[in-house]
Design a protein around this ligand. Structure first.
Ligand code: 2AM
Ligand code: CA
Ligand code: CA
Ligand code: CA
Length: 269
């Protein structure tokens, strides 16, 4: 995508994200209308749907040739990554939104012919926007995020993942995951994939590992983390497919090989 066009799209997307975030903040104490999806803990609210509808209308009015890949049903059915695609999660961390009224994000990635051009992750309640354009660096609000530290030894690293990795699971033997927990300096669980990507990009955690995420959970995060020198694969080290669900391991490259080979692939089921 041409740089000038990308910058115009970026400014427009940013304006809409900040506008949607302000609406959510204004309505944060309104009564919630909560439904469940795949299971009783998989929540969705009218705020998720209304926010996605807001973006879909704006995009279809302003850019009728663009496509939308999104969580709550206002997007298109896509079978290729051809063209310009807005990959949208209107609220990432819905459980946090419902239970905590914080620690959730709006996540938008814009891809052109399969290449991630723009990433926006907006921590709505903190009013912090993580953003990137391909080749232009990553930013936290207006401040450029430095490249990742190339010298983080595994035993001084902090990893983000949820506790299901330590229960019996279908991907990696629990014993290897327990050994990983005891090897690193610390672990964290934030409950928003988009924010966990942003925190990895910021270097406040050194990696984020997750069992199954959809494209809208990761699209923005992958653009942002690329810009600071981070790397993203599936949990067994393969390339991510943006049209399907994937397990995900995004991290500082200096801990990537050791975690993949000595723990995730070694313990793979
Ligand atoms: P969501 O809030 O947009 O659904 C929670 O650990 C993270 O996993 C969130 O980013 C959440 O996104 C995502 N996630 C993906 N699939 C999920 C599911 N079926 N149930 C709950 N969270 C899910
Ligand atoms: Ca959801
Ligand atoms: Ca999500
Ligand atoms: Ca969501």
């Amino acid at each position: 995508m041409e740089a000038k066009l990308r910058d115009e799209l970026f400014q427009q997307a940013k304006e809409w994200v900040l506008q949607a975030g302000a609406t959510i903040r204004r309505k944060i104490d309104d009564p919630l209308n909560i439904d469940t999806k795949s299971n009783p803990n998989d929540l969705v609210t009218t705020m998720d749907k209304d926010t996605e509808a807001f973006f879909a209308k704006k995009i279809r009015d302003a850019y009728p040739s663009h496509l939308i890949l999104s969580e709550e049903g206002f997007g298109d059915d896509l079978s290729t990554m051809d063209g310009t695609i807005w990959i949208i999660d209107p609220i990432d961390g819905t459980m946090n939104f419902v239970h905590q009224k914080r620690n959730f994000a709006i996540s938008i990635g814009i891809y052109h012919d399969g290449i991630g051009e723009i990433g926006l992750i907006y921590n709505v309640m903190d009013d912090v926007l993580y953003s990137a354009q391909r080749t232009q660096g990553a930013f936290k609000n207006e401040v450029e995020i430095p490249k990742l530290d190339p010298n983080v030894p595994l035993h001084e690293s902090i990893l983000s993942f949820n506790h299901f990795w330590l229960c019996e699971n279908r991907l990696v033997h629990e014993k290897e995951m327990q050994r990983l927990v005891k090897t690193v300096r610390g672990t964290r669980t934030y409950g928003s994939a988009a924010l966990e990507f942003a925190y990895t990009a910021e270097g406040i955690v050194d990696g984020y590992l997750t069992m199954s995420l959809a494209p809208w959970d990761i699209a923005a995060g992958m653009v942002i983390i690329n810009e600071v020198g981070g790397v993203t694969t599936t949990a067994d080290g393969n390339p991510v497919n943006m049209l399907t669900k994937n397990s995900i391991f995004t991290c500082n490259p200096c801990v990537q090989q050791e975690i993949l080979e000595d723990f995730l692939i070694k313990g793979k089921k």
